[in-house]
Write a protein that binds this ligand. Sequence first.
Ligand code: NAI
Ligand code: MG
Length: 502
Amino acid sequence: MAAATPQVERAAKGAKNSAALAFLRAPKQLLINGKWQPAKSGKTFETINPANEEVLALIAEGDKADVDEAVKAARKAFEEGAWPKMSPHQRARLMFKIADTIDQHADELAELETLDNGKPLTFSRNFDIPAVAETFRYYAGWVTKIYGETNPSDPSFFNYTLREPVGVCGQIIPWNFPLLMAAWKLGPALACGNTCILKPAEQTPLTALRLGELLMEAGLPPGVVNIITGFGPGAGSAIAEHPDIDKVAFTGSTEVGKIILKASAGNLKKVSLELGGKAPNIIFPDADLDQAVPTAMMGVYFNSGQVCCAGTRIFVQRDRYDEIVEKLANFSKNVKVGDPFEQGNLLGPVVSREQFDRVKGYLSIGAEEGAKAAAGGAPVEGKGYFIQPTLFADVNNNMKIAREEIFGPVGAAIAFKDENDVVFQGNDTTYGLSAGIWTKDVGRAHKMARALKAGTVWINCFNQIDPIAPFGGYKQSGFGRELGKYAIDLYTQVKSVWMKLS
Ligand code: NAI
Ligand code: MG
């Protein structure tokens, strides 16, 4: 099917930034070895504005042939290029410059993110893009602080370790925080001296492509970052299977995480996986409800619920259940959904038709399972993939809506009896990415933090994320920890050097 020429003015309604609009009009190609080129197949695909269902741009559809070429470029840049061998000071300076460049283009990047993903501009401008710059800046700081060790060997020997880059890294990212996920992957990989092939999600390729241009302008050597847009089964699987990629980092569904792990076995790539979640957020009756209620509900609705660590199972103690659920529902009814460019809207659309249909499916499942929609419960009529913020009450932890990741603005309020019961129910899930606890009892808070099987536990807060702190999952939420010093482990390997002294 021949793709229609995008009508940028119509598709990008609400966008004001002239650089963003100019970028939308320019061709979108693949970045390989520092040059932009079309896919070898000549194919393109459409990227859609989920707020109005219009085509924003045509994107090159990279596949195996393009990935092969990108891997050659990345391999050459790694084995022969300046990047891994550069003085750490110089590499750090370049990464600081990248962070500054992102700040300078923040308005433009924020508008592109909002157009492609649908998230309110307030969030892309005040959360996503600043966090992208901070992530590069944080890892720029690490470049000069990646230490080996001197080990207590027998005195007739000298033993020390070197931390070396892993090599060529394939990085496959999702569409919920498109540019931030690119930064979580590229930041630490580049800091450690690796070279990369980044595959953005097919729903949201725009900001990664613009970042590619900014990286080149900042002076990153050719081949250090290559960007291949395309689909999972074409470009993504070619990365996961590639015999000359040393490491693959993936954020996305648990289903695809398992496929990637299997594919990586061919050459035993190192793998890190950041997958789904179904986080418990536990409100004890002694909590400060004025804080707990809005924060817990925004822990479900933020980014239209398309957050792997969203606190979608809200646990409320049985003897106060009706009263607290009423407060949660009242807050939910006042959360504004609509045009992501309009101030005051806390929710935009979900990212795609596919996601819209999936979430709608869960709204029906919830009703069929006997849960009661205490707020919302339906999509918003009209153009765009908007869904009402929904809180299901009378949910039990065995219902599908309490077990499966919905990835939409849909929460489930579940009753619990006491601490033991809520630890059991909270941990009764295949996932383990995050958990929340609301209480003023300090002892209980720390006891619960130990008991919950999750990679991140938030006490009297939620969705607190910062490059200083590790992030990743227990159980089927994946393995490996991104961010903090832990990402340095993901992107280096340790060499032990022995020398005989006498
Ligand atoms: P997905 O896991 O299919 O997509 C994520 C990335 O993986 C995209 O770049 C995609 O192109 C790529 N991919 C897909 N199939 C692949 C394959 N066979 N080999 C290599 N790469 C592949 O996620 P999707 O289908 O967009 O969303 C489905 C569900 O996944 C959501 O409803 C949500 O529950 C979950 N999800 C979780 C995310 C997280 O942050 N943990 C992010 C996105 C989705
Ligand atoms: Mg998929």
